[in-house]
Design a protein. Structure first.
Length: 766
């Protein structure tokens, strides 16, 4: 509340220093609207105001009494412009009525108070406003002008709030980049602290303590240390919860304070009526002001994700809560106006107006958008959610455009057009990414236009669809931490897209390698092919295991990139992928899947001495690229100057999944080179099937039943890192329960004084 009052005090201070000269003449001719003059029908307002000699004379006289010369010149010039623009009339000049504007004539004019004269009885002489009447009219207009200004100013404060939050993120990212950039490769390889610049700061006791406190109590823990769900709202970190809470508090406070009211206001005589009207307008305008933030934070091509380094999941949380605030403000705005219609006995008359109906439609659609975006509905019917989200969002914008079409100059469209532009730009960039990944035009090739190719195979034992995509463009360079949106265009709902983290990639020469083993062609129908390797076995399989490790030293220009995604079939599209494979005798099918991306950033795990990776199920897709990247960076033959040498001395993988078959499949291919190294160790857990490796001589690892005790594991690694005075990075990707347990354990370790720990959570749900 203190912040809100400070903002209001600043706003009132700014308004108090604003010149009021332009209101003087406006208050004068507005006051005469409540007085009828003979000679002009009451209906044509502008003709009476501009051409009725009695009224114009009264306006000139009152302006000379109550307005300074500068204010009078400015105000009368504006009145003349309004007469020409709105009334298509020329304002009577002072010379035309000068005989009634002498000092004696003005001094002898009758002075009238507010509502002293009945509008049903026109006066036939010029009259002068009383000082009380003028002050009352001026205060009414001044109050309205201030509150109208405050509506928009408080809406802009939301931009200032997010501007500060995003600026802090950008400054932090810039400092990290700049500090690391100016260090030589040798200095980088010797730097061993959590952040490139934090290592220096931690040498200072006060700076190190402050940084450790921020990480321990704000950046790492869940909102309530043991819970990530507050009042039904889910947050990953306390920092996210505090940012969202700050925006909620700011929005609520600014919606209920900062109104200038006084008794006997000409427009709304009693204070409750003033508060009702002002708050109805405030919530509506602030709702509109927040519109661009919704589309900005919800877009895939949000530039602030790159500028701050924050994840799409974080911005998605911001997007949802801004949308909730906007919807609540729109509902309050609509309800308050309905209350005003009821009090004035004009409900049906108000509801018969088109712009009112459009506003009600916009509010109703926003409420429906909020309902269909709830976690349970979104997860249960993701495809329906996607369609509804797009259609209802468009309806919301259309409803808001038509709701405010009646205002002169379409002043409220200043909030709607940026939202539309952001949405269109994001869609356009999605199309650009789709074309970039999936279409390649080359005159030198036999095929003028090359498109992406996809094969996928379903492993029954692992219950996973392995998808291998060969993108059309040769320029795509995957990195750890990246994800892509996948489309299957030749479906009834081919416009739908689903995000998947890239699990692995390698380069091959020639045609695409078969995803189904050649041996399966000779198998009879009774054999279970689910345990057969998904790629050809034998020596070819061994050769495949080592190909990707040599990629960094090969000339990949003549090679084809193969990108691998692991898809766990659930409902909707993922279940349809499994069905497509099951319809094939060898569980393999060729299809068309389009890539949109890449999105996401690579976290520099290679700058830490010790790395612990905890994943669940298909979360292994986030781990394998980092493991392969570690092997590539530790390869002495890697001469790529862009690849900073790894400082990782030991890396441990803890993988929990339902089926042991999935572990066996990935371990004998993507993880096989790592399992043969001394600086890599792995612990595998299968919750449903812990069947040992079929060939124990070639296995080299053990699959345990149940789940690991993450707190003991993380505390042990934290103690080891502290005793060795080394840094520890913990990467987690898996179901929310696993991520929460790992985060709580990391928080506990940091509260016990273990420093140089970095916790990174890759989003598992969307």
């Amino acid at each position: 509340m203190l912040l809100g009052w400070l903002l209001v005090a600043c706003a009132q201070g700014v308004w108090a220093n604003t010149p009021k000269d332009e209101l003087c003449v406006t208050a004068v001719f507005s006051a005469y609207n409540y007085i009828s003059f003979a000679g002009t029908p009451p209906k044509p307002l502008w003709h009476s105001r501009c051409r009725n000699a009695l009224k114009v004379t009264s306006i000139y006289a009152a302006s000379e009494v109550y307005c300074s010369e500068q204010a009078r010149a400015q105000g009368l010039a504006e009145l003349a412009d309004q007469c020409r623009e709105f009334g298509h009339e020329e304002l009577l000049s002072r010379d035309e009525v000068a005989e009634n504007l002498t000092e004696d004539a003005i001094r002898n004019m009758r002075r009238v108070d507010y509502l002293e004269l009945s509008r049903a009885d026109p006066v036939d002489v010029p009259v002068l406003l009383s000082a009380t009447y003028y002050d009352l009219m001026f205060n009414t207009l001044d109050s309205w002008e201030y509150v109208s200004w405050a509506h928009h100013a408080f809406g802009y404060l939301g931009y200032a709030y997010w501007g500060i939050i995003l600026s802090l993120g950008m400054i932090s990212r810039l400092c990290i980049w700049a500090f690391h950039r100016r260090r030589s490769p040798k200095e980088r390889s010797l730097e061993s602290n959590v952040y490139p610049f934090v290592g220096t700061l931690e040498k200072l006791p006060l700076a190190g303590t402050c940084l450790h406190w921020i990480q321990t109590h704000i950046m790492i823990p869940a909102p309530l240390a043991t819970r990530k769900c507050i009042l039904g709202f889910t947050f990953s970190t306390r920092a996210e919860a505090l940012i969202v809470l700050g925006f909620w508090v700011l929005s609520i406070v600014l919606s209920v304070i900062g109104y200038r009211t006084f008794p006997d206001n000409i427009y709304w005589p009693d204070i409750p009526s003033q508060l009702l009207r002002y708050s109805a307008d405030r919530t509506g305008i602030m709702s509109f002001a927040n519109f661009p933030l919704i589309w900005l934070f919800g877009g895939r091509n949000n530039i602030f994700m790159w500028a701050t380094g924050w994840s799409f999941a974080s911005f998605n949380i911001f997007h949802r809560h801004v949308a909730r605030v906007v919807t609540l403000q729109a509902v309050v705005h609509s309800v308050l106006y309905i209350v005003m219609y009821i009090q004035a006995n004009t409900l049906w008359k108000g509801l018969s107006k088109a712009y009112v109906l459009w506003g009600i439609l916009g509010t109703a659609v926003m409420v429906l958008l909020l309902i269909t975006s709830l976690d349970r509905i979104r997860i249960a019917t993701y495809e329906l959610f996607l369609i509804a989200h797009v259609v209802l969002s468009v309806l919301t914008l259309v409803g808001c455009f038509y709701h405010t079409i009646i205002f002169e100059g379409h002043e409220y469209w200043q909030y709607l057009w940026p939202s539309t532009i952001i949405w269109v730009a994001d869609r356009f960039l999605r199309i650009v990414r789709l074309c970039y990944c999936n279409l390649h035009v080359s005159i030198s090739n036999k095929r003028l236009v090359k498109s992406s190719a996809t094969r996928m195979v379903y492993d029954k034992a692992a219950d996973v669809v392995r998808m291998e995509i060969t993108p059309a463009t040769p320029l795509l360079q995957p990195s750890p931490g990246q994800y892509y949106f996948l489309y299957q265009p030749f479906r009834l709902t081919g416009w739908e897209s689903h995000p998947f983290t890239i699990g692995a990639w390698h380069y091959e020469a020639g045609e695409m390698t078969s995803l189904a083993p050649a041996l399966t062609q000779n198998l009879n129908n009774t054999q279970d092919v689910s345990h057969v390797p998904l790629l050809a076995g034998g020596s070819n399989d061994t050769e495949y295991q080592h190909n990707w490790a040599k990629d960094a030293t090969k000339d990949t220009k003549s090679m084809e990139l193969k990108m691998i995604f692991w898809v766990r079939p659930y409902d909707g599209w993922t279940r349809e992928l499994r069905q497509q494979c099951l319809r094939s005798p060898n569980l393999t099918t060729n299809t068309t899947v389009l890539l949109e991306g890449p999105y996401g950033d690579t976290f520099p795990l290679w700058r830490y001495e010790s790395v612990l990776i905890i994943v669940g199920g298909t979360g292994i897709a986030s781990a394998v690229p980092y493991i392969q990247d570690h092997l590539r960076r530790s390869d002495e033959g890697d001469e790529n100057p862009e690849n900073e040498k790894t400082r990782v001395r030991d890396i441990e993988l803890v993988w929990t999944t339902k089926q042991a078959a999935f572990i066996h499949d990935v371990s004998r291919r993507e993880l096989k080179p790592a399992l043969a190294r001394n600086d890599f160790s792995a612990s595998f857990y299968a919750t449903r099937d812990s069947t040992a490796c079929e060939d124990l001589n070639n296995c080299g690892y053990e699959v345990q039943g149940g789940r690991p005790h993450l707190q003991s594991l993380i505390m042990s690694r934290a103690c080891d890192a502290s005793s060795a005075d080394s840094s520890l990075a913990i990467l987690v990707c898996g179901p929310s329960g696993m991520a929460d347990e790992a985060r709580a354990a990391t928080h506990l370790a940091m509260r016990q004084g273990h420093r140089s720990i970095k916790f990174v959570e890759e989003s598992f749900t969307w």
